[in-house]
Design a protein around this ligand. Structure first.
Ligand code: ATP
Ligand code: MG
Length: 284
Protein backbone atom coordinates (compact mmCIF):
# COMPACT_ATOMS: atom_id res chain seq x y z
CA UNK A 1 0.00 0.00 0.00
CA UNK A 2 1.46 3.36 -0.99
CA UNK A 3 1.42 5.97 1.70
CA UNK A 4 0.31 9.51 0.83
CA UNK A 5 1.67 12.20 3.13
CA UNK A 6 -0.07 15.56 2.93
CA UNK A 7 1.43 17.51 5.79
CA UNK A 8 4.87 19.12 5.74
CA UNK A 9 5.48 18.23 9.36
CA UNK A 10 4.61 14.59 8.81
CA UNK A 11 6.88 14.46 5.77
CA UNK A 12 9.78 16.00 7.70
CA UNK A 13 9.27 13.53 10.58
CA UNK A 14 9.09 10.61 8.18
CA UNK A 15 12.35 11.74 6.47
CA UNK A 16 14.07 12.10 9.84
CA UNK A 17 13.03 8.59 10.84
CA UNK A 18 14.29 7.11 7.56
CA UNK A 19 17.60 8.91 7.78
CA UNK A 20 17.95 8.06 11.46
CA UNK A 21 17.92 4.41 10.49
CA UNK A 22 20.78 5.05 8.08
CA UNK A 23 18.59 4.66 4.99
CA UNK A 24 18.82 6.83 1.88
CA UNK A 25 16.04 8.87 0.29
CA UNK A 26 15.54 9.66 -3.40
CA UNK A 27 13.18 12.48 -4.34
CA UNK A 28 11.31 12.59 -7.65
CA UNK A 29 9.60 15.99 -7.86
CA UNK A 30 6.56 16.05 -10.19
CA UNK A 31 3.37 17.96 -10.82
CA UNK A 32 1.46 14.69 -11.13
CA UNK A 33 -0.59 13.44 -14.10
CA UNK A 34 2.08 10.78 -14.19
CA UNK A 35 3.22 9.17 -17.45
CA UNK A 36 5.97 6.76 -18.51
CA UNK A 37 8.54 9.57 -18.35
CA UNK A 38 7.84 10.08 -14.66
CA UNK A 39 7.81 6.33 -14.03
CA UNK A 40 11.26 6.00 -15.59
CA UNK A 41 12.54 8.50 -13.00
CA UNK A 42 10.85 6.55 -10.20
CA UNK A 43 12.40 3.33 -11.47
CA UNK A 44 15.88 4.90 -11.55
CA UNK A 45 15.32 6.37 -8.07
CA UNK A 46 14.16 3.01 -6.81
CA UNK A 47 17.39 1.41 -8.00
CA UNK A 48 19.46 4.01 -6.20
CA UNK A 49 17.92 4.62 -2.75
CA UNK A 50 16.11 2.71 0.01
CA UNK A 51 13.07 4.99 0.00
CA UNK A 52 11.61 6.95 -2.91
CA UNK A 53 9.53 10.05 -2.26
CA UNK A 54 7.48 11.13 -5.27
CA UNK A 55 6.24 14.64 -4.69
CA UNK A 56 3.05 15.50 -6.52
CA UNK A 57 2.38 19.19 -6.36
CA UNK A 58 1.10 21.61 -8.97
CA UNK A 59 3.25 24.52 -7.87
CA UNK A 60 1.35 27.79 -8.38
CA UNK A 61 4.46 29.99 -8.29
CA UNK A 62 5.95 28.45 -11.43
CA UNK A 63 2.92 29.37 -13.54
CA UNK A 64 2.82 32.86 -15.03
CA UNK A 65 -0.56 34.61 -14.61
CA UNK A 66 -1.56 33.85 -18.23
CA UNK A 67 -0.68 30.14 -17.93
CA UNK A 68 -2.68 26.97 -17.32
CA UNK A 69 -2.49 26.64 -13.51
CA UNK A 70 -6.25 26.24 -13.05
CA UNK A 71 -6.78 23.66 -15.76
CA UNK A 72 -3.60 21.67 -15.07
CA UNK A 73 -4.61 17.97 -14.64
CA UNK A 74 -4.85 16.86 -11.01
CA UNK A 75 -5.19 13.07 -10.84
CA UNK A 76 -3.81 12.02 -7.45
CA UNK A 77 -5.66 8.70 -7.15
CA UNK A 78 -4.79 7.68 -10.71
CA UNK A 79 -1.18 8.66 -10.00
CA UNK A 80 -1.20 6.48 -6.90
CA UNK A 81 -2.41 3.57 -9.03
CA UNK A 82 0.32 4.22 -11.62
CA UNK A 83 2.92 3.80 -8.85
CA UNK A 84 1.43 0.61 -7.38
CA UNK A 85 4.09 -1.76 -8.76
CA UNK A 86 6.93 -0.03 -6.94
CA UNK A 87 7.94 -0.85 -3.39
CA UNK A 88 9.10 1.60 -0.71
CA UNK A 89 7.33 4.55 -2.32
CA UNK A 90 5.81 7.46 -0.48
CA UNK A 91 3.81 10.18 -2.19
CA UNK A 92 4.19 13.66 -0.80
CA UNK A 93 1.21 15.75 -1.89
CA UNK A 94 1.17 18.92 0.20
CA UNK A 95 -1.46 21.64 0.04
CA UNK A 96 -0.98 25.19 -1.27
CA UNK A 97 -1.93 26.56 2.13
CA UNK A 98 0.88 24.79 3.89
CA UNK A 99 3.59 25.52 1.34
CA UNK A 100 2.55 29.08 0.64
CA UNK A 101 0.82 30.61 3.66
CA UNK A 102 -0.36 34.20 3.20
CA UNK A 103 2.82 35.54 4.75
CA UNK A 104 5.12 33.65 2.35
CA UNK A 105 7.59 35.97 0.60
CA UNK A 106 11.08 34.48 0.43
CA UNK A 107 12.36 33.38 -2.98
CA UNK A 108 15.23 31.44 -4.49
CA UNK A 109 16.35 32.60 -7.91
CA UNK A 110 19.14 31.50 -10.23
CA UNK A 111 20.36 34.51 -12.13
CA UNK A 112 22.02 33.38 -15.37
CA UNK A 113 20.80 30.19 -17.04
CA UNK A 114 17.23 30.88 -15.99
CA UNK A 115 17.24 34.05 -18.11
CA UNK A 116 17.80 32.14 -21.37
CA UNK A 117 15.46 30.11 -23.64
CA UNK A 118 12.18 29.46 -21.77
CA UNK A 119 13.10 32.17 -19.26
CA UNK A 120 12.33 34.73 -21.97
CA UNK A 121 8.83 33.38 -22.50
CA UNK A 122 7.70 32.17 -19.07
CA UNK A 123 8.05 35.10 -16.73
CA UNK A 124 8.93 33.99 -13.18
CA UNK A 125 8.73 30.29 -14.08
CA UNK A 126 12.21 29.23 -13.03
CA UNK A 127 12.10 31.36 -9.89
CA UNK A 128 9.01 29.37 -8.92
CA UNK A 129 10.80 26.11 -9.73
CA UNK A 130 13.94 26.88 -7.71
CA UNK A 131 11.85 28.15 -4.80
CA UNK A 132 9.62 25.08 -4.57
CA UNK A 133 12.59 22.74 -5.03
CA UNK A 134 14.46 24.44 -2.19
CA UNK A 135 11.42 23.91 0.02
CA UNK A 136 11.06 20.26 -1.02
CA UNK A 137 14.79 19.66 -0.48
CA UNK A 138 14.55 21.13 3.03
CA UNK A 139 11.52 19.06 4.00
CA UNK A 140 12.39 15.73 2.34
CA UNK A 141 16.19 15.98 2.79
CA UNK A 142 16.89 13.61 -0.10
CA UNK A 143 20.29 12.05 -0.80
CA UNK A 144 19.38 11.90 -4.50
CA UNK A 145 17.02 13.93 -6.66
CA UNK A 146 15.87 12.78 -10.10
CA UNK A 147 14.98 14.97 -13.08
CA UNK A 148 14.25 14.42 -16.75
CA UNK A 149 16.44 15.57 -19.62
CA UNK A 150 13.25 16.64 -21.45
CA UNK A 151 13.29 19.77 -19.31
CA UNK A 152 16.90 20.42 -20.23
CA UNK A 153 17.14 23.99 -19.01
CA UNK A 154 15.44 23.04 -15.75
CA UNK A 155 17.97 20.29 -14.98
CA UNK A 156 20.87 22.73 -15.59
CA UNK A 157 19.26 25.19 -13.18
CA UNK A 158 18.65 22.46 -10.58
CA UNK A 159 22.31 21.43 -10.70
CA UNK A 160 23.29 25.06 -10.25
CA UNK A 161 20.85 25.49 -7.34
CA UNK A 162 22.30 22.47 -5.57
CA UNK A 163 25.85 23.68 -6.12
CA UNK A 164 25.26 27.35 -5.28
CA UNK A 165 23.27 26.65 -2.10
CA UNK A 166 25.39 23.65 -1.00
CA UNK A 167 22.58 21.12 -0.86
CA UNK A 168 24.14 17.71 -0.06
CA UNK A 169 22.16 16.10 -2.88
CA UNK A 170 23.28 14.04 -5.84
CA UNK A 171 21.25 15.26 -8.85
CA UNK A 172 20.62 12.51 -11.39
CA UNK A 173 19.29 13.16 -14.90
CA UNK A 174 17.33 10.55 -16.86
CA UNK A 175 16.81 10.39 -20.64
CA UNK A 176 13.66 11.63 -22.36
CA UNK A 177 10.96 8.99 -22.81
CA UNK A 178 9.06 9.38 -26.09
CA UNK A 179 5.81 8.28 -27.70
CA UNK A 180 5.79 5.90 -30.71
CA UNK A 181 6.24 8.83 -33.12
CA UNK A 182 8.99 10.52 -31.12
CA UNK A 183 6.90 13.13 -29.29
CA UNK A 184 8.41 13.66 -25.84
CA UNK A 185 6.01 12.46 -23.16
CA UNK A 186 4.57 15.33 -21.17
CA UNK A 187 1.56 15.78 -18.94
CA UNK A 188 0.54 18.68 -21.15
CA UNK A 189 0.19 16.31 -24.15
CA UNK A 190 -3.19 15.50 -22.60
CA UNK A 191 -4.42 18.92 -23.74
CA UNK A 192 -3.83 18.15 -27.44
CA UNK A 193 -6.77 17.49 -29.77
CA UNK A 194 -6.26 14.51 -32.13
CA UNK A 195 -5.23 16.90 -34.93
CA UNK A 196 -2.82 18.78 -32.67
CA UNK A 197 -1.40 15.51 -31.34
CA UNK A 198 -0.64 14.40 -34.89
CA UNK A 199 0.93 17.75 -35.80
CA UNK A 200 3.09 17.71 -32.64
CA UNK A 201 5.19 14.87 -34.05
CA UNK A 202 6.97 17.44 -36.24
CA UNK A 203 8.84 18.73 -33.17
CA UNK A 204 10.86 15.54 -32.81
CA UNK A 205 11.25 15.28 -36.60
CA UNK A 206 12.77 18.77 -36.49
CA UNK A 207 15.34 17.68 -33.90
CA UNK A 208 16.23 14.64 -36.00
CA UNK A 209 16.65 16.89 -39.04
CA UNK A 210 18.96 19.18 -37.03
CA UNK A 211 20.98 16.15 -35.97
CA UNK A 212 21.32 15.06 -39.61
CA UNK A 213 22.37 18.56 -40.69
CA UNK A 214 24.98 18.83 -37.94
CA UNK A 215 26.31 15.31 -38.37
CA UNK A 216 26.39 15.94 -42.12
CA UNK A 217 28.91 18.71 -41.55
CA UNK A 218 26.66 21.78 -41.86
CA UNK A 219 28.24 24.54 -39.76
CA UNK A 220 26.14 27.59 -40.67
CA UNK A 221 23.74 28.35 -37.80
CA UNK A 222 21.41 30.46 -39.89
CA UNK A 223 21.07 27.94 -42.71
CA UNK A 224 20.22 25.15 -40.28
CA UNK A 225 17.67 27.22 -38.33
CA UNK A 226 15.96 28.50 -41.48
CA UNK A 227 15.53 24.89 -42.68
CA UNK A 228 14.17 23.75 -39.32
CA UNK A 229 11.77 26.69 -39.00
CA UNK A 230 10.44 25.93 -42.47
CA UNK A 231 9.84 22.30 -41.51
CA UNK A 232 7.77 23.34 -38.49
CA UNK A 233 6.15 26.08 -40.58
CA UNK A 234 4.41 23.42 -42.68
CA UNK A 235 2.21 22.65 -39.65
CA UNK A 236 -0.39 25.39 -39.44
CA UNK A 237 -1.36 24.35 -35.89
CA UNK A 238 2.13 25.07 -34.54
CA UNK A 239 3.80 28.36 -33.58
CA UNK A 240 7.45 28.44 -32.62
CA UNK A 241 8.53 30.27 -29.44
CA UNK A 242 12.18 29.53 -30.16
CA UNK A 243 14.38 27.09 -31.99
CA UNK A 244 18.09 27.42 -31.47
CA UNK A 245 21.49 25.77 -31.23
CA UNK A 246 23.28 26.50 -27.96
CA UNK A 247 26.19 25.51 -25.77
CA UNK A 248 24.81 22.65 -23.61
CA UNK A 249 26.36 24.09 -20.41
CA UNK A 250 25.72 27.82 -20.77
CA UNK A 251 22.75 27.86 -23.20
CA UNK A 252 24.54 30.62 -25.13
CA UNK A 253 23.81 30.54 -28.86
CA UNK A 254 26.49 29.02 -31.08
CA UNK A 255 26.61 31.01 -34.29
CA UNK A 256 29.51 29.09 -35.76
CA UNK A 257 29.26 25.36 -35.22
CA UNK A 258 32.56 23.68 -34.35
CA UNK A 259 33.45 20.19 -33.15
CA UNK A 260 32.04 20.59 -29.63
CA UNK A 261 28.69 19.08 -28.65
CA UNK A 262 25.69 21.36 -29.03
CA UNK A 263 22.13 21.40 -27.74
CA UNK A 264 19.35 21.89 -30.25
CA UNK A 265 16.43 23.26 -28.23
CA UNK A 266 12.91 24.29 -29.17
CA UNK A 267 9.67 25.44 -27.63
CA UNK A 268 6.45 25.70 -29.58
CA UNK A 269 2.77 26.19 -29.07
CA UNK A 270 0.60 23.47 -30.53
CA UNK A 271 -2.76 25.17 -30.45
CA UNK A 272 -2.79 26.57 -26.91
CA UNK A 273 -0.42 23.96 -25.50
CA UNK A 274 3.20 24.90 -25.02
CA UNK A 275 5.65 22.03 -25.54
CA UNK A 276 9.43 21.86 -25.34
CA UNK A 277 12.00 19.40 -26.62
CA UNK A 278 15.74 19.26 -27.17
CA UNK A 279 18.58 17.03 -28.25
CA UNK A 280 22.32 16.92 -27.67
CA UNK A 281 24.20 16.53 -30.95
CA UNK A 282 27.86 15.93 -31.71
CA UNK A 283 28.64 17.83 -34.95
CA UNK A 284 30.94 16.15 -37.46
N1 ATP B 1 9.22 12.42 -21.32
C1 ATP B 1 9.92 12.49 -20.21
N2 ATP B 1 11.00 11.69 -20.04
C2 ATP B 1 11.74 11.78 -18.90
N3 ATP B 1 11.47 12.62 -17.89
C3 ATP B 1 10.40 13.43 -18.01
C4 ATP B 1 9.58 13.41 -19.16
N4 ATP B 1 8.59 14.32 -19.00
C5 ATP B 1 8.79 14.90 -17.80
N5 ATP B 1 9.87 14.36 -17.20
C6 ATP B 1 10.43 14.76 -15.92
O1 ATP B 1 9.50 14.54 -14.88
C7 ATP B 1 9.72 15.49 -13.85
C8 ATP B 1 8.41 16.12 -13.47
O2 ATP B 1 7.96 16.89 -14.56
P1 ATP B 1 6.49 17.42 -14.72
O3 ATP B 1 5.66 16.92 -13.61
O4 ATP B 1 6.52 18.85 -15.03
O5 ATP B 1 5.99 16.59 -15.99
P2 ATP B 1 5.84 17.05 -17.47
O6 ATP B 1 5.43 15.88 -18.26
O7 ATP B 1 7.04 17.83 -17.85
O8 ATP B 1 4.59 17.99 -17.36
P3 ATP B 1 4.37 19.35 -18.12
O9 ATP B 1 4.36 19.06 -19.56
O10 ATP B 1 3.06 19.77 -17.62
O11 ATP B 1 5.47 20.24 -17.69
C9 ATP B 1 10.73 16.50 -14.40
O12 ATP B 1 12.02 16.19 -13.89
C10 ATP B 1 10.67 16.25 -15.88
O13 ATP B 1 11.86 16.59 -16.56
MG1 MG C 1 7.09 19.81 -16.82
Amino acid sequence: MIKIIKSVKEMANFANRIKGRGHTIALVPTMGALHEGHLSLVEAAHNKANIVVVSIYVNPTQFAPNEDFNKYPRTLLKDKTALRHFEHITIFAPSDKELYPDTFDTWVEEGTISKKLCGKFRFGHFKGVTTILSKLFNVVRPDFAFFGEKDYQQQLIVKKLVKDLNYPIDVIICPTIREYDGLAMSSRNKYLSPKERKAAAVLYKTLIRAKKDLEGGETDYRRIIVGLSRLIGFEPLIRIDYITIVNPDTLIEIKEIKKEKVLVALAARVGKTRLIDSMIVQPK
